[in-house]
Design a protein around this ligand. Sequence first.
Ligand SMILES: Cc1cc2nc3c(=O)[nH]c(=O)nc-3n(C[C@H](O)[C@H](O)[C@H](O)COP(=O)(O)O)c2cc1C
Length: 192
Amino acid sequence: MSAVKILIIPGSLRTGSLNVRLAGAIAREFVKLDADVTRISLGDFPLPIYDGDLEAKSGVPANAVNLKRMIGTHHGVVFVTPEYNSSLPALVKNAVDWVTRVEDRGETKGQVFRERAFALASASGGKLGGTRCLAAFRLILSGCRALVIPNQLTLSFADDAYGDADHLKHSADADAMHAMAKQLVDVAQHMM
Ligand SMILES: Cc1cc2nc3c(=O)[nH]c(=O)nc-3n(C[C@H](O)[C@H](O)[C@H](O)COP(=O)(O)O)c2cc1C
């Protein structure tokens, strides 16, 4: 069987982002599981805030089509996102909103969410580790009829969670990351 292809999408553009660092640690975990890993930045897919008038006038922006196709070339997708005000950042929600509007030839809108497996992770400086954000995100993706695996990673007190070379220094975090990655690989392989 060919290697399972995993796409990792951080939900922060910030220099020094805790979530971009976590995305790096997660990418290394997937490599250990022999997955073929791609990590992107949403900064490479800039999108206007969704506006139905804009869509009616100009169609779906090329970057939404590009992001949808990027997702479509992978078997599994991991969002690694900060929590903003108990939910997910506008950057991430807006990207999801636009991607659900893409209708490539021979496909229906939102099909890209229904044909692959998703996993969620969040790093936060606080105690809850982005738990509320991931609950909100699960609801959104279930509305897209995406398969979101049960295992997830919420990295609490993330300022103090990284050791040398950005590995996760607490064994509970490393174990949760491994369980999430292993489950996504297993589920994505069944969907290949
Ligand atoms: C607008 C805003 C709202 C935030 N709300 C929350 C929150 O609800 N829960 C939380 O744990 N952290 C919250 N934070 C703190 C972020 O978790 C923290 O800034 C984190 O480092 C952002 O992720 P990043 O480092 O990947 O950019 C918020 C930060 C911002 C800027």
